[in-house]
Ligand binder design. Structure first.
Ligand SMILES: [Zn+2]
Length: 266
């Protein structure tokens, strides 16, 4: 029986808030977890890489991180350094999941190809949720997958879509139990992009939000790279619903679940 072990690692908390009377839901003190999997054969695999304290979109946003919540310090508790991690899985490329890739320039980075296709059809202003500076320079290390794909014995990527076009969850065999790392799949927020009136977006774009919008040539750069990129084809299917993927295992783990703070391993 395959026994992988999952360790939730807390990388800090963030609050996303817009100034003023915007009916924008203030999401406070969201814990941000990444996951270290020690595989059956003892290999470490990291799932997601967290947020950057200096890059939290929305004007009133803040982040908190203790020194022991920095990625190298978190890995040190397992006698690992970032260079020991040869495989990183990104559930998706949002700003709060991919900023720590800077620690892993030599790891293979598993991403769904659909995540990039989605970037070419973003809703207006949605680009502020992605920061290409976090990941585009590592494109030679990307392993692009289409569909469901087993990367290690008992560790299968499941393309869910929904939260982002190429969002993926993971199905992980942990002895007798199967755990599902849901990533952010329980959440979709198309509604968010229409909630803030266009006039305010424009003010944001020229003011404090300046750094969260992409450089003009970025999208075409990503497009021309992606057109030539190699894609590994796994099992293709329509997007899974959250219920579909929950049915695939008994343990369900969501990336921002506060109850994980007291969970040592799964
Ligand atoms: Zn997300």
């Amino acid at each position: 029986m395959i026994k992988n072990t999952i360790y939730p690692l807390l990388t800090g908390f963030f609050t996303v808030a817009f100034k003023g009377d915007l009916k924008f839901p203030k999401v406070e003190n969201i814990p941000s977890f990444i996951f270290l999997i020690i595989t059956d054969s003892g290999e470490p695999v990291l799932v997601d890489t967290g947020f950057d304290l200096n890059h939290i979109p929305a004007p009133d946003s803040i982040g908190k991180r203790e020194p022991h919540q920095e990625i190298p310090a978190l890995l040190k508790k397992f006698d690992l350094t970032p260079s020991d991690i040869k495989k990183v899985v990104q559930t998706h490329l949002h700003w709060d999941h991919a900023a720590g890739l800077k620690y892993f320039p030599h790891a293979d980075i598993y991403i769904q190809a659909a995540e990039f296709e989605g970037l070419f059809h973003l809703l207006r202003y949605e680009e502020t949720s992605f920061c290409p500076e976090h990941w585009f320079h590592l494109r030679d290390k990307f392993i692009l997958i289409n569909g469901d794909y087993e990367i290690m014995p008992g560790i299968t990527l499941l393309r869910t879509g929904g939260h982002t076009s190429g969002h993926q969850a993971l199905k992980i065999q942990c002895g007798e139990k199967t755990a599902i790392l849901l990533g952010d799949s329980p959440f979709t927020y198309e509604w968010l992009w229409t909630l803030v009136p266009e006039s305010l977006w424009e003010i944001y774009k020229t003011g404090r939000g300046r750094n969260f919008f992409w450089q003009e040539e970025k999208l075409s750069e990503i497009k021309s790279w992606f057109e030539k990129a190699e894609i590994i084809h796994g099992r293709d299917h329509d997007d899974y619903s959250v219920e579909d993927i929950k049915r695939m295992g008994e343990i369900h783990i969501f990336s921002h679940d506060p109850s994980l703070i007291n969970t040592k391993s799964i």
